[in-house]
Design a binder for this molecule. Structure first.
Ligand code: ARG
Length: 463
């Protein structure tokens, strides 16, 4: 199959430099769009038939031919020839070889510029659906893990210094929140891109009575674009899509970084499954968190795609320029990397346990209850700034006296620091007690964790 004759053969001399043939082609990567190109062409042909630009019989012939070409591509039987430049020309020329004259009418009133703009949107709509499912799966994995640890306490860190106590569940649920934003951002992106540029032609439209609403409806677009000059070169949605992927990657790197630290001997907070570790070719004891490191590292490719996309778009003269052909490389890369990283993260989260006993044994380190003590003083009527100072001095006193925790101070030492402190102070100290007494909405205590787990379980069912 195939026809190396170019549609512009009558215009150009026909001299060929193989270097240029390879340089200009996008078929090696845009063949991925074939299903969408065929769907777009069928919609276009049926519309041409409906408005009587071609006959209904010709439209039917085109449709049949295109469906057969689709099957042969799907079966891996189609012979791609880079001399055809891109998937649009490859399919059209195969159609002409197959059905002759009717095939030559398919390109009436359209250009590759509106074809490619349509195809990427169609592809991206599906890709976003896939990514939304992946996000939901990861959220579910986090919620399931969180449900096991609603009453286990761990330290939180700010500046990587011990801060306040939290339930392990609350920590895990923080990633569910990030992913919920990623989910809604991708949905917004899908909603904005879901308009049909098909029928914009090369740039300024067509003198033929194309029914653009009809093709838009056939392809499931919610509307058409209303300015052909913009429509042929609008790739805002590509940049937006890659940005969505970049933020997902960023969230995954934060988890990866945490867990790389948490698996170290210094933390020993978690154990990930052996399946997600590798060892060293030289050091026999090693158990390295390579998958997590790769999740962290692969974000570089996604961010790179974003910068590449923005740079491709920058200062292009109005309407289509061939620069835009490079868009797909970065959009595909961002999508593929994000997809595999989401899947790998889900697998890791589903096979990780928290070393709760070890974490509990270390909770006395770092004065995790200091903020709660300051708030105890607030409840006794001490202004917060003053309370902060009093507790700061008490922590310094503990350090001087080699006391590991505030609860080791005697009541005399407490009252010497502030006469408002009474025996009940000991009830507010210790990280587990602190966690249980969190009152504010969204705080990291067990009660809120349980409520959030119930909320997410319900929400994710219908997401
Ligand atoms: N392969 C091209 C792309 O991806 C299709 C559009 C080519 N249009 C043109 N006028 N040369 O952008």
């Amino acid at each position: 199959m195939g026809n190396t004759e170019k549609s512009w053969e009558k215009r150009l001399s026909g001299s060929v430099d193989e270097l240029a043939v390879d340089f200009v082609e996008s078929l090696s990567y845009d063949r991925r769009l074939y299903k969408y190109d065929i769907a777009g062409s069928i919609a276009h042909a049926e519309m041409l038939g409906a408005v009587k630009i071609i006959t209904k019989a010709e439209a039917a012939e085109i449709k049949k031919g295109l469906l057969e070409i689709g099957e042969s591509i799907a079966a891996g039987e189609f012979v791609f020839d880079v001399a055809q430049e891109d998937i649009h020309m490859a399919i059209e020329s195969a159609l002409v070889s197959k059905i002759g004259d009717a095939g030559r009418k398919l390109h009436t009133g359209r250009s590759r510029n509106d074809q490619v703009a349509t195809d990427i949107r169609l592809w991206m709509r599906d890709e976003i659906e896939l990514l939304l499912t992946r996000i939901t799966q990861l959220q579910l994995a986090f919620v399931r893990l969180a449900a096991k640890y609603t009453d286990d306490i761990m330290p939180t860190y700010t500046h990587l210094q011990r801060a306040q106590p939290a339930t392990v569940a609350s920590y895990l649920l923080s990633f569910v929140e990030m992913l919920a934003r990623d989910y809604s951002r991708l949905k917004d992106c899908r909603d904005r891109l879901n308009v049909s540029p098909l029928g914009s032609g090369a740039v300024a439209g067509s003198t033929l009575p194309l029914d653009r609403e009809m093709t838009a409806k056939a392809l499931g677009f919610k509307d058409i674009t209303y300015n052909s000059i913009d429509a042929v070169s609008d790739r805002d949605f590509c940049a937006e899509f890659i940005f969505c992927c970049s933020l997902i990657s960023s969230h995954l790197t934060r988890l990866a970084e945490d867990w790389i630290l948490y698996t170290s001997a210094e933390f020993s907070f978690i154990r990930t499954d052996d399946a997600y570790c590798t060892s060293s070719s030289m050091m026999p004891q090693k158990r390295n968190p390579d998958m997590l490191e790769l999740i962290r590292g692969k974000s570089g490719t996604v961010y790179g795609a974003l910068v590449a996309m923005l740079t491709i778009l920058k200062a292009q003269p109005s309407t289509y320029n061939r620069d835009l052909q490079e868009d797909k490389i970065h959009v595909f890369n961002a999508a593929d990397y994000t997809d595999t990283c989401l899947q790998m993260t889900t697998a890791i989260v589903s096979h990780t346990t928290f070393n709760t006993r070890h974490i509990a044994d270390g909770l006395d380190e770092g004065f995790l209850d200091a903020t709660a003590l300051a708030e105890y003083l607030v409840r006794k009527g001490v202004p917060f700034r003053q309370a902060h100072g009093i507790v700061g001095s008490l922590v310094a006193q503990c350090e001087e006296e080699g006391k590991k925790k505030l609860g080791e101070l005697t009541i005399e030492q407490f009252t010497a620091a502030c006469e408002k402190i009474e025996e009940d102070v000991y009830n507010t100290l210790d990280p587990t007690g602190v966690c249980r007494s969190y009152q504010s909405k969204g705080a990291a205590g067990p009660e809120n964790a349980r409520a959030q787990i119930a909320y997410w379980k319900d929400k994710l069912k219908s997401q």
